[in-house]
Design a protein around this ligand. Structure first.
Ligand code: AMP
Ligand code: MG
Length: 351
């Protein structure tokens, strides 16, 4: 299949003609990758089981890992869900459109092919203007997981999507690099107390400020356990494993820098290729291996923004070992550390 790459000239002034063909492809059951404020999504008609099946095939994703349905306005939520619980209504008012996905009891019209066989449906209203306009023009909710091959880092540029999806989907809309860079926060509001299933840019602190008590699913905190059937089925899969061994070093920053330097020197002496994930504040203090700053500690959003691109770069370079600094687990740091610890297979050295 030939994949069309369409550059959107100005995402603040989108012309409907620019998105008309993409919307037609979605309506007719095809696949279009498009930018959102979190990461690039791989979109298909969420109400069409055959279209959803194509998403799983293009990504190589296990079909019991459910998809998020994307909507462009509140009216589009009602037909998809059995009810909108109070917490869901409040959170939608506060954070939609934005990087928050909520899990609701699903209505009859949402096929099990989209929800991975679950009786719940995950819904998000993205704030990216290209995403919003595409959904509205399509006239259907768009199921869209991240537009990467399953097991690779989520794509934050159209070039990342092209690397993984060229030849497998009808179209890629290029809206430039995304803003946030990590996937949406997921909260299950179908039970009596909201449960955080995946941390993201709408932080735990922000959720509690609006919804009161929020629980954290145990699967977020540590390695997947065989005996725990996770609420978010995606949590049982190793999210992304770089080709090289990723090891996080956590503790006092001085000691972290020292340990990473000594580990990377040892590995280089053994003839291995080493990558180091550091920050603007510490960059000058590393001396061995391929050194990449992921952003500024003082501005956590820069770290979220660059994280997946740096991990992709190390895959492309074919390094054998990656040593990474750690970050605080508060606010956006919870999402950053969640992605990093999963990518490291929970291999953390404490210093
Ligand atoms: P991605 O599309 O790659 O951002 O991943 C979507 C994730 O959303 C899945 O891996 C699931 O963990 C989660 N998800 C989607 N639908 C549901 C649902 N109905 N219940 C719980 N989690 C869900
Ligand atoms: Mg994904």
């Amino acid at each position: 299949m030939e994949t069309k790459l369409i550059k959107i000239q100005d995402s603040e002034w989108i012309k409907d003609e620019e998105l008309a063909e993409a919307a037609r492809i979605i309506r007719e059951g095809g696949l279009v990758a498009f930018p959102t404020e979190t990461v690039y999504g791989l979109g298909a008609n969420a109400l069409n089981e055959d279209a959803a099946r194509k998403i799983y095939a293009a990504k190589g994703r296990p079909s019991d890992n459910p998809l998020i349905a994307h909507i462009s306005c509140m009216e589009e939520l009602e037909p998809l869900v059995k009810e909108i619980p109070e917490a869901g209504r409040k959170l939608a008012e506060a954070y939609w459109p934005g990087p928050l996905t909520m899990v609701f009891p699903k209505s009859e019209i949402v096929p099990y092919g989209t929800t991975g066989g679950l009786d719940t449906v995950a819904v998000r209203m993205p704030s990216d203007p290209i995403a919003g306009r595409l959904i509205a023009l399509s006239g259907v909710p768009i199921a869209a997981p991240s537009a990467n091959t399953s097991g690779r880092p989520s794509p934050t540029t159209a070039q990342h999507v092209w690397q993984d999806m060229n030849g497998k989907i009808e179209m890629i809309l290029d809206g430039g690099p995304v803003g946030i860079g990590v996937e949406s926060t997921i909260v299950d509001v179908s039970g009596p107390v909201p449960v955080l299933l995946r941390p993201g840019a709408v932080t735990m602190e922000m959720l509690e400020a609006v919804a009161g008590q929020v629980e954290i699913d145990p699967a977020i905190q540590g390695p997947p356990r065989e005996d725990l059937r996770p609420k978010a089925p995606g949590m049982k899969y190793r999210h992304y494993a770089p080709h090289g061994d990723l090891i996080l070093v956590e503790g006092d920053l001085e000691a972290v820098v020292e340990r990473i330097n000594s580990l990377s020197r040892e590995r280089e002496e053994e003839g291995c290729r080493v990558g180091v994930i550091c920050t603007e504040e510490t960059r000058e203090r590393y001396h061995y291996g391929e050194i990449r700053s992921v952003g500024q500690r003082a501005k956590e959003e820069t770290i979220a923004h660059n994280l997946f691109a740096v991990l992709r770069e190390f895959d492309d370079l074919g390094v054998d070992y990656i040593y990474s600094e750690s970050f605080s687990r508060d606010h956006l740091g919870q999402a950053i550390m969640n992605r990093l610890t999963k990518a490291a297979g929970y291999h953390v050295i404490h210093v």
